[in-house]
Structures are given as structure tokens and as C-alpha cells.
Design a protein around this ligand. Structure first.
Ligand code: SF4
Length: 295
């Protein structure tokens, strides 16, 4: 059975001299009774969906069904092409990838919930961008997805991945933590460093509420995917530079869950608080539902 904490995960990886990704593959083989080839092939299918969702809305404008979001991935991609960005082509391309999957999701397209549909842009953006930058192969990306999965399993066991239960910190925060850990292992970091990255990302997003405008996973969700991807990538660099989290991963996950449970229901996906009840959000909601009722 998969270990229950980050401490146990680090211990077993150290003992067997393996990565979190490798441990997760072995556990998945044991759980599913499938061969390594089959387990990896399933993850390859996920990767291919991620490659598609993270590029589709960059190539053509994709509008959400409600009309609330759309076209930003295309816009950001064009902006990246002018070679005059502040944070550089790498970061701006990663941002475009993150929002592309979110836009595809809001247009009812095919995405991988990683860990949720609302946070589906973060992991593809982080893993694909890092792999491109580091000249990694498709197999390397698959291994990274297993690292991310391993971290997600520990968060799910000890806290939650649902915005309705723990706020957006649990959705976009977990996705970014999973992505940061995955990139650290892709860069040759240790399992301990990977969990340091996950802890730092979660600390930096602690308390983020879930407040979708009109109850739709569009605003502010899509841009939170961009923020999560940027946080994951910059944190991977922090950790590879030798920066560590003062608070261990397990304790940060515990704190994240506790904060999530302390959030009032208005701030947990009910669209009754935060950004969702601003005057503009209310107006947008009225427009969306008025249009629907007249159809
Ligand atoms: S705001 Fe809520 S619905 Fe939107 S991504 Fe965050 S957790 Fe999901």
C-alpha cells in the first residue's frame, strides 16, 4: 500500500535508492496488477491529452461555453512571439500552456483532471515547459507525472484536493505542489528536495479561497492556473539552488487542510463569497443566466 506521509515517502525512497516517481510506478503496478509497460502506457495517454490541451487554445481562440473566458492563451502565445517579454519566453510560454488547458476545459474539451478539472492547466504547463527547457524525453515527462501523482496521493490521504472542501489552495495549490516536486525530480533533485518544493508552494498559496464567478470553473480559476504554474517553476529553481522549507511537507499539508476546514462555506465553491460576489461578478452571472433562460 502507498505510504501515508511525506516522511515515510522520503524514507522508503532513500532506503530503496529510488525517486518518488519510481516508487509511485511500483505501487501502481502492485495496486493495479498491471505490468510496468501497461502502467506507463496509461500515463502516456494522459500525457498526450495534456500535450493537446496545453497547445490547442494557443493555436486558435477557444471560448468557454458561457463566453466568460477565452482567447487569452492565443493572446499570450502571440505576445511570447515578439521576444520582448519581461519574464522571458520560457515563462510566458508556460503561462500560455497553463491557461490553454483551462480554456479547453471551460469549452468542454478534453483535459486531464490533475488533480481536478479546475486545476488542469498547472501540471501540463509545468512538466511540458520544464521538459522542453531541459531537453527531456517523453519518458522523462511520464516519470515526472508519476512523481506528481505520488505527491498528490499523500495530499489526498492527509488533506483534500477539492475546492469545495479546502478552498482553491487544495486544488490549484495541490496541483502546483505536485508540479514543483515533479520538476525537482526531473532536474535531478532528491525526494526530500521534491517535497521541500511542494511544501514551499503550498505555504505560498495557503488560505486561497474558492470563489468561482457564476459558479463556473472559469473566473478566477483560469488565471489561478497561470499563477500556480509560475509558482511551481520558480520554486523548483529555488529548491535546486539549495533553499529548503523550514516547515516540513507533512506539517504544511496538515495546516492546509486545517485552514481549508476553517474557511466559511461561502468561500468553498459555493460562489457566495470572494470574487464571486463582487458587483461585476454578479452582473456577469446575471448576463450568463439571462442568456441561458432566453434560449
Ligand atoms: S476557484 Fe474553486 S473552482 Fe476555481 S480552480 Fe480554484 S478551487 Fe477550482
Amino acid at each position: 500500500m502507498f505510504v501515508s506521509s511525506g516522511t515515510e515517502l522520503i524514507d522508503i525512497c532513500k532506503k530503496e535508492d529510488i525517486t518518488i516517481g519510481e516508487y509511485t510506478i511500483r505501487e501502481e503496478m502492485a495496486r493495479s496488477e498491471l505490468s510496468r509497460e501497461d502502467v506507463e502506457s496509461r500515463m502516456r495517454k494522459n500525457l498526450h491529452v495534456m500535450l493537446s490541451s496545453s497547445s490547442l487554445a494557443q493555436e486558435k481562440e477557444v471560448k468557454s461555453v458561457s463566453g466568460l473566458i477565452g482567447g487569452d492563451a492565443f493572446r499570450i502565445r502571440k505576445y511570447a512571439e515578439n521576444n520582448n517579454t519581461l519574464t522571458g519566453d520560457f515563462m510566458v510560454r508556460a503561462m500560455a500552456r497553463a491557461i490553454s488547458s483551462s480554456e479547453v476545459n471551460a469549452a468542454m474539451g478534453r483535459i486531464v483532471a490533475s488533480p481536478t478539472a479546475g486545476s488542469c492547466g498547472i501540471l501540463p504547463a509545468v512538466i511540458i515547459s520544464a521538459a522542453e527547457r531541459l531537453n527531456k524525453t517523453e519518458d522523462d515527462m511520464i516519470n515526472s507525472l508519476f512523481t506528481a501523482s505520488g505527491v498528490g496521493i499523500i495530499i489526498a490521504k492527509n488533506a483534500t484536493l477539492a475546492g469545495a472542501e479546502g478552498g482553491c489552495q487544495a486544488e490549484c495549490g495541490s496541483a502546483a505542489a505536485m508540479g514543483a516536486a515533479a520538476v525537482v525530480e526531473m532536474m535531478g533533485g532528491t525526494p526530500e528536495q521534491a517535497l521541500n518544493a511542494a511544501a514551499i508552494v503550498l505555504k505560498n498559496i495557503l488560505g486561497l479561497v474558492c470563489d468561482p464567478v457564476a459558479g463556473l470553473v472559469e473566473v478566477p480559476c483560469a488565471k489561478r492556473n497561470i499563477a500556480g504554474a509560475v509558482s511551481a517553476l520558480t520554486t523548483a529553481d529555488l529548491v535546486m539552488a539549495g533553499v529548503a522549507s523550514k516547515i516540513p511537507f507533512d506539517e504544511v499539508v496538515w495546516a492546509m487542510y486545517k485552514v481549508g476546514r476553517q474557511l466559511p462555506t461561502e468561500l468553498r465553491e459555493t460562489a457566495q463569497g470572494g470574487i464571486a460576489i463582487t458587483p461585476t461578478a454578479q452582473k456577469l452571472k446575471d448576463e450568463i443566466f439571462k442568456e441561458k433562460n432566453t434560449l
